[in-house]
Design a protein around this ligand. Structure first.
Ligand SMILES: [Zn+2]
Length: 275
């Protein structure tokens, strides 16, 4: 398998889920072995898990004085569609636009434009020992050796209840089973989040909204267990924070951005010390 980039530039614009502000980015093709890079204010930055500077309700990356929020959904697309090299040029705003709350719009536009193969082979890192990060007994993430990328995820939230999924991640399963799952939230929490400056751009159009009072979703379901699928999407976004691509079996229980990025940073440090 050879490395891939997008065949031409793609423009995305919309609202930032948390900032509530207009944001616009270009995705641009970039040379092989470049990985995923950001261009902000004319300066170009590499991305590693070391750039993660906030994991409250989103993954925020910091590069010196610059920051960019909610990168996880777009990053999951790079892993899901097998895009190795791409430049994200930030035109306006400090957040990746939320689009419909899932990765669907990114996937559709990128597939419309198409990918090109480059002349260098893809690199993989096969997990060769177990890593785990426990926030507590119930919330943790483990990765174990496996010849495939497998995700086994379970969540248990009030109203939503238990949702579980186990699947191998490849282009087809990512697109069909994961990419359309929206971020979820409770309508009763929205005031509280807005008071601390989060979810300012949240709406029925970009969040799978639940009501604790009514005990159900207020805007339908795209999958039977859409919420755990979105958690898989978020985890893939964290895995995509560095290359080579990780291959192994991820076991997640009530995980989230904090746990996901902590474990990925551990694996990243390990790959550095073993390279
Ligand atoms: Zn998400």
């Amino acid at each position: 398998m050879y490395q891939r980039t997008i065949s031409r530039s793609i423009f995305f614009e919309g609202t930032g889920l948390h900032s509530g502000e207009y944001s616009a980015i270009y995705l641009l093709p970039i040379d092989e072995n470049s990985g995923i890079k950001f261009e902000i204010d004319g300066k170009v930055f590499d991305v590693t898990p070391k750039n993660v500077c906030n994991t409250l309700q989103n993954i925020t990356l910091c590069f010196g004085n610059y920051s960019i929020m909610t990168v996880e959904h777009l990053f999951s697309v790079f892993l899901g569609l097998g895009i190795d090299n791409v430049l994200i040029k930030v035109i306006e705003g400090k957040e990746i636009p939320i689009m419909d709350g899932s990765a669907k719009v990114f996937v559709d536009r990128i597939k419309e434009v198409g990918l090109v193969e480059q002349s260098t082979r893809k690199e993989y890192f096969f997990i060769d020992k177990e890593f785990s990060f426990y926030k507590n007994e119930e919330q943790y993430l483990i990765v174990r050796p496996n010849s495939r990328l497998i995700v086994d995820y379970e969540i248990d939230f009030e109203v939503i209840g238990k949702e579980k999924i186990r699947l191998e991640i490849n282009e087809e399963t990512y697109e069909n089973e994961i990419s359309k799952a929206r971020t979820f939230g409770f309508i009763e929490d929205s005031e509280k989040l807005k008071n601390v400056g989060l979810a300012l751009g949240a709406s029925m159009e970009n969040v799978h909204v639940y009501s604790k009072v009514q005990g159900k979703s207020l805007n339908g379901d795209r999958y039977q267990n859409e919420n755990v699928r979105h958690k898989v999407l978020d985890l893939l976004g964290a895995i995509a924070l560095f290359s080579p691509r990780l291959v192994g079996e991820f076991i997640a229980r009530k995980s989230g951005h904090f746990i996901d990025t902590k474990l990925i940073e551990m694996v990243f440090n390990y790959t550095l010390s073993n390279s």
